[in-house]
Design a protein around this ligand. Structure first.
Ligand SMILES: Cc1cc2nc3c(=O)[nH]c(=O)nc-3n(C[C@H](O)[C@H](O)[C@H](O)COP(=O)(O)O)c2cc1C
Length: 433
């Protein structure tokens, strides 16, 4: 093709892309959905999704034509056609929408027409220890009110799964569905799990010791990579990322032995990492977290994390190995001598199976050596582009600080729009804590 032909082709492409992005998203003449009631969730780690599913089952059991879907998949036509919206939304990051709902907030919300025929009930999930409590759910509420939608009741903002708020939400569901006995929350029953083995992952590390634990749990039921295990002991409950695939009856965790500044230890981690002897039992149940699972269609994956964030990434890596798909694993810890976690297992994988890159915050070998995973990533923009263009999904697991630093590098290297689109498509997900 000559230069002129290239220029014409490029202009046509640009015009088509502009028309796509600038097309009116909210049109009343679009084909309408068939459901009068929509139950919609915006969830990062599955809790909002579980509560929304419970609401959906209640509405369906009462004979309503209701459909459930994640906020990121709601189309303008569906919202314009439906009469009642039940919405459960968590807040993530620093007052942000969960990753999968970001496109909805930034692209669809600003363009919405008035919705005076719509009624809504909203349940916000959050934690008041964060400065922007339930901020995303509150933005959704004021957006709906601005658009003329009518609240069915006062919105409920749940602080850390506060039981009173949950009772109010269940009561409002019962009132609107006409059902007296609501289906129980979509929780798994508690099951006994026996501690089988415990080994230190980082003996001699300048950081707190972390352990690789294995628990026998015959009645636990299946789980998939990305799911979490909730443990209950002495009135304490904690959620941990499951570190292995759910084929057998043994569930593995990577747990840091938490020591507080006053010298006391974390109650659950103290029990798991020190007090419990092999053979002792604890109660456990699986929390499904489908949004962190890998997309259904096989593709490469980029797994980024630090510390015990390796747990969730290891389960995903095992799934990739089973699928015969390559992974790029970037793992950060403290000491190059003592923090090569799971080295005997990871180092024997072939470069075709996993491109393994470690970095250490206390690595003094040279001033230029990357110390954090975000620095490792920043050094390799071409490789990142190439993996993403091959359809790779990105999963980030670890501390909030790591998650945010990686996010800003990814936005810088791939562009904010690409990251938003990848989040909406399930190709970019974070499990950070
Ligand atoms: C990394 C992280 C950031 C969070 N940020 C906020 C926040 O800014 N405001 C808030 O109210 N809750 C915040 N939360 C609490 C979650 O909204 C709360 O745990 C919720 O139940 C999660 O629901 P989900 O599993 O559906 O995502 C945060 C939780 C995590 C793990």
């Amino acid at each position: 093709m000559g230069d002129t032909a290239w220029a014409v082709a490029a202009s046509l492409l640009w015009l088509a892309a502009s028309c796509y992005w600038l097309r009116p998203l909210w049109r009343r003449d679009q084909p309408t959905g068939e459901y009068q009631i929509l139950v919609v969730w915006a969830s990062q780690t599955g809790q909002a999704q579980r509560l929304a599913n419970q609401a959906l089952h209640a509405l369906q059991a009462a004979g309503h034509a209701a459909a459930g879907l994640p906020l990121g998949q709601v189309t303008p036509a569906q919202l314009l056609a439906c009469r009642q919206l039940w919405l459960v939304a968590s807040t993530y990051g620093d007052g942000q929408a969960p990753d999968s709902a970001q496109t909805f907030e930034h692209r669809l919300m600003p363009q919405a027409p008035v919705l005076p025929e719509l009624s809504f009930a909203l349940l916000g999930l959050g934690d008041s220890q964060y400065p922007h409590f339930c901020a995303f759910a509150k933005r959704l509420e004021s957006w709906l009110r601005d658009r003329g939608a009518q609240p069915l009741q006062d919105s409920i903002y749940l602080d850390n799964q506060d039981p009173d708020g949950l009772v109010r939400w269940r009561a409002s569901l019962a009132q609107h569905t006409g059902l007296h006995a609501l289906p129980e929350a979509d929780e798994q029953p508690w099951q006994p799990a026996t501690l089988l083995s415990r080994s230190a992952l980082n003996p001699g590390s300048p950081g707190l010791t972390a352990y690789h634990l294995s628990l026998q749990a015959d009645a636990l039921g299946p789980w998939q990579a990305g799911d979490l295990l909730e443990l209950q002991h002495a009135d304490q409950r904690r959620l941990y990322s499951i570190a292995n695939l759910g084929a057998g009856k043994q569930v593995e965790l990577l747990v840091r032995h938490v020591m507080k500044e006053d010298g006391s230890q974390g109650l659950m981690s103290g029990w798991l990492c020190q007090q419990a002897a092999p053979g002792e039992q604890i109660e456990a149940r699986v929390h499904h977290n489908p949004s962190f699972a890998l997309p259904d269609s096989p593709a490469p994956s980029i797994l980024i994390g630090s510390g015990t964030g390796l747990a969730g990434l290891r389960a995903l890596l095992q799934e990739q190995l089973q699928r015969g798909q390559p992974s790029w694993l970037l793992f950060g810890e403290r000491s190059p001598e003592h923090d090569r976690w799971l080295a005997s297992e990871l180092d024997q994988l072939t470069p075709q199976q996993v491109l393994l890159q470690r970095c250490f915050s206390r690595d003094n070998s040279s001033a230029d050596t990357p110390r954090y995973v975000q620095e490792l990533l920043r050094e390799q923009p071409e490789r990142l582009q190439e993996w993403v263009s091959r359809g790779a999904s990105i999963r980030v697991c670890g501390s909030m600080a790591t998650g945010q630093a990686v996010d800003s590098i990814l936005q810088g290297l791939l562009g904010a729009a690409t990251i938003k689109q990848m989040a909406a498509d399930g190709r970019y997900r974070r499990d950070i804590y």
